[in-house]
Ligand binder design. Structure first.
Ligand code: HEM
Ligand code: HEM
Length: 288
């Protein structure tokens, strides 16, 4: 777990450093009007087919191809023991963010020709990924990343409630009231509209938790660390209850999200393959 956290911090820092480097050295080129770019000394390296510009396209495409390993890890039996699925998804997302960023610089912000379809498909896939990630998070999962059964959910709910009640001595009524304020039963929605309900509830939960924090602070018996723990437990429990209530809806939305997400990814990879072949036929083979 700690190694994974360290890895993710390292990977996102790497993205930050690379983007900073590109902006620092390439900004003078990117900020030139299109007509002046070919006359610049920077053109040879920074154009889409140049030493750096081309390398950015290749690196971005490699990352976007490697992120498919997540899907392989999820579906192939022989890969089932290869580490935690949640961690694989985190790396999928890192590649899905960093790859398109590198490709944007590769295009030098010129999106013409048939390859523009690959470009917009890439953006559609990556941006819709954020939505997919949000819906994915609505499905309670065990530490291994597998969706939890109804029985496991009930058990976790009891555990959380027990911890809040026994360990910290907070009255159950307060927690139930907070839960019903944030996730009223009447707000049950089906279809994609449920996403807006959840976002509204997330905002209300934040407000309710800061109210609860204020209440708890008035109790002399509770220290800062205890208050922080209680808030965290209450937040987890309220979200768990919400996710249990909407489970069928979120599973359905995630299913449809997959169905919409996939064709964009397929279109992107097909046109990317054509783009690479055409570039190679025109003699753009980077340093080889
Ligand atoms: C999804 C990934 C990619 C997208 C969306 C993309 C997009 C583009 C776009 C929009 C241009 C035109 C830029 C301009 O008009 O100056 C371009 C040029 C170019 N791309 Fe890519 N590219 C991708 C990946 C790659 C890869 C992996 C390679 C090579 C292996 C590559 C090689 C080239 C070359 C050589 C040019 C310059 C062509 C020329 O100047 O005639 N691209 N790319
Ligand atoms: C160009 C970038 C990306 C590509 C090509 C890509 C591609 C894919 C593909 C092909 C799938 C599997 C769909 C299926 O099972 O039918 C997938 C799943 C997923 N992707 Fe991406 N993705 C990209 C970026 C992102 C980003 C940026 C995020 C999040 C911010 C993201 C989050 C997800 C999630 C949450 C899933 C579903 C996981 C699951 O249900 O197990 N992806 N992606």
């Amino acid at each position: 777990m700690r190694f994974h956290r360290f890895l993710m911090i390292f990977l996102y820092s790497l993205t930050g450093i690379v983007v900073a480097w590109i902006l620092y050295h390439g900004w003078d080129y990117y900020s030139l009007p299109l007509t002046e770019r070919p006359h610049s000394d920077l053109h040879t390296d920074w154009k889409a087919g140049g030493f750096i510009g081309h390398a950015l396209g290749i690196a971005g495409a490699i990352l976007m191809s490697m992120l498919l390993l997540y899907i392989a890890r999820k579906h192939f039996r022989f890969m089932q023991d290869w580490g935690n699925l949640r961690h694989w998804l985190d790396v999928h997302i890192w590649m899905g963010i960093t790859g398109p960023i590198l490709v944007i610089f590769h295009t030098t912000f010129k999106f013409g020709g048939i390859v523009a379809i690959a470009f917009w498909s890439m953006l559609a896939v990556a941006l819709s990924g954020f939505l997919g990630r949000y819906v994915y998070l609505q499905i309670p999962r065990s530490l291994s990343g597998a969706a939890m059964s109804g029985e496991q959910l009930e058990q976790l709910d009891d555990e959380l409630m027990g911890q809040i009640r026994d360990v910290h001595g907070v009255d159950e009524e307060l927690i139930e009231k907070l839960h019903e304020d944030v996730v009223p039963v009447s707000k049950r929605k089906t279809g994609f509209a449920a996403i807006f309900t959840w976002i509204g509830q997330d905002v209300r939960l934040r407000l309710a938790l800061s109210g609860l924090r204020g209440e708890l602070k008035k109790r002399a018996s509770l220290g800062n660390k205890e208050i922080k723990d209680i808030i965290d437990l209450v937040r987890r429990r309220t979200l768990l209850k919400r996710r249990m209530r909407f489970l069928q809806v979120s599973q359905k939305i995630l299913h449809y999200w997959h169905v919409i997400h996939r064709p964009f990814a397929i279109v992107m990879f097909i046109i990317l393959a054509i783009h690479i072949v055409v570039a190679a036929l025109f003699g753009y083979t980077w340093i080889f």
